[in-house]
Write a protein that binds this ligand. Structure first.
Ligand SMILES: [Zn+2]
Length: 237
């Protein structure tokens, strides 16, 4: 047991993190432009919601394939589909893929209404999405669409961007922390299901994700954490 300005927390027990996360969520939507963005950005938080008993849906905007501008195929549709399904299963979340074209995810009536339907169908009260100032056009348009579709949703939090996307002249504001000490292993297990991506970026991707979780954890006196910038958060006292 350690005490700090953040209060007393039993490292790794999950008690502290569950109490915090109980403030938000019941029907949770974790949105990502591409398969694997959720695992990298908020996989530990998703697993924590599932552990608490919340209903979690991972909503992927783009079809599962990804091709570089020179034609190099980084992930085929078949690979991507298999990987995103396995990863969602590890986290205990339901997966929905809207199958917009990769790199051409729109901010349009179509994207807004498709997200709106999921929000209504599942009575979503908490959304996790990309950082608004992310440098990847798909990430940015996804969050623009989420903002329009989620106009009545109580809580909207943006997860921290990960290289190669996200480096911008604007800085990410580390406003809201979730202690993921109890679900970090699950986050990494889910991320490793994206085999094509792990092969492409190598061990360095896994190390970078772990380093960030450790860094954010250190900031709140725990082993691992994920960090969010707040778009909207309904206070409950
Ligand atoms: Zn992405």
């Amino acid at each position: 047991m350690r005490s700090s300005m953040w209060g007393r927390c039993q490292e790794g027990s999950g008690e502290w993190d569950l109490k915090v996360i109980q403030m938000i969520g019941k029907n949770v939507l974790a949105v990502s432009a591409h398969a694997d963005d959720v695992e990298i950005g908020c996989g530990g938080t998703v697993a924590l919601h599932v552990k608490k008993g919340d209903n979690v849906i991972i909503l992927v905007m783009a079809e599962s394939s990804y091709t570089f501008y020179d034609g190099t195929v980084l992930r085929t549709i078949e690979e991507g589909k298999k990987e995103e399904e396995k990863a969602a299963k590890v986290l205990g979340a339901k997966l929905i893929n809207l199958e917009f074209k990769s790199k051409e995810v729109p901010y349009s009536v179509k994207s807004v209404e498709a997200i709106n339907k999921v929000i209504d169908d599942y009575r979503i009260d908490t959304i996790y999405t990309h950082w608004y100032h992310d440098t990847h056009q798909d990430h940015r348009r996804t969050t623009q669409s989420v903002l329009s579709a989620g106009r009545h949703v109580k809580n909207i939090l943006m997860y921290e961007p990960e290289y190669p996307a996200g480096r911008s002249y604007l800085g990410f504001h580390n406003q809201y922390y979730v202690n993921i000490a109890s679900t970090f292993e699950k986050k990494m297990e889910a991320l490793k299901e994206h085999k094509s991506q792990v092969e492409k970026y190598g061990d360095v991707l896994l190390k970078a994700v772990e380093a960030r979780a450790r860094h954010r954890g250190y900031e709140i006196n725990t082993e691992y954490a994920e960090c969010f910038e707040v778009l909207r958060l309904l206070g409950e006292i």
